[in-house]
Design a protein around this ligand. Structure first.
Ligand code: FE2
Length: 186
């Protein structure tokens, strides 16, 4: 018998953790190590998860969500040279590297949020996230992801709720425009 950590166990753990606490720091500190383990012990990974979406630049596949869209788990592949613009998630996010190295840039808002559709961002920090490495963000955290390598990269994304059903935004660094961000998820 193998003691590989399975997706079903991860879902059970997510349910237990989020029933025990609604504190996002606590959720992320408990979910993080489990997401890392699931990213490394990736028996859930299928060939179809490598199928790219050239229009979007990344292919997103749903592994799980609850009937009310809570506890959404995706695997996302990123095409070489492609990425996602700065965005938030409208919920907490725990991301763990599965394959390759992804450039992850975190931003902070420096405007007061009073202008509709406007946001001024500054880079807070950036890292090259490797396999098993974690990126954790509370609600409102803003980041961008870019694959600067010449090979497809994959990461495991867990959200408090499915991002397409949350109020969340993408940000244009040049025009400082803020608008809705809906992604195509298979
Ligand atoms: Fe994200």
């Amino acid at each position: 018998m193998s003691d590989t950590y399975l997706l079903d166990q991860y879902i059970e753990d997510l349910r237990r953790i989020t029933q025990e606490t609604s504190d996002e720091d606590e959720i992320m500190s408990q979910v993080g190590p489990l997401a890392q383990r699931l990213a490394i012990e990736n028996s859930w990974l299928q060939d179809k998860h490598y199928e790219t979406d050239s229009e979007q630049g990344f292919g997103a596949y749903m592994l799980h969500e609850e009937p009310d869209h809570a506890l959404a788990v995706f695997v996302v592949n990123w095409m070489p040279g492609r990425g996602a613009p700065p965005h938030d998630h409208g919920t907490w996010a725990v991301i763990a590297g599965v394959e390759g190295v992804e450039r992850n840039v975190r931003y902070k808002r420096v405007d007061d949020g009073s202008r509709e559709g406007y946001a001024d961002l500054e880079v807070k920090n950036s890292i090259n996230a490797e396999v098993g490495e974690l990126i954790c963000m509370k609600t409102g955290g803003i980041h961008s992801v870019h694959n600067e390598t010449d090979q497809l990269t994959l990461s495991l994304h867990t959200y408090g709720s499915h991002v397409n059903f949350n109020k969340r935004s993408q940000y244009d660094l040049m025009t400082k425009k803020k608008k809705d961000f809906i992604v195509r998820v298979t």
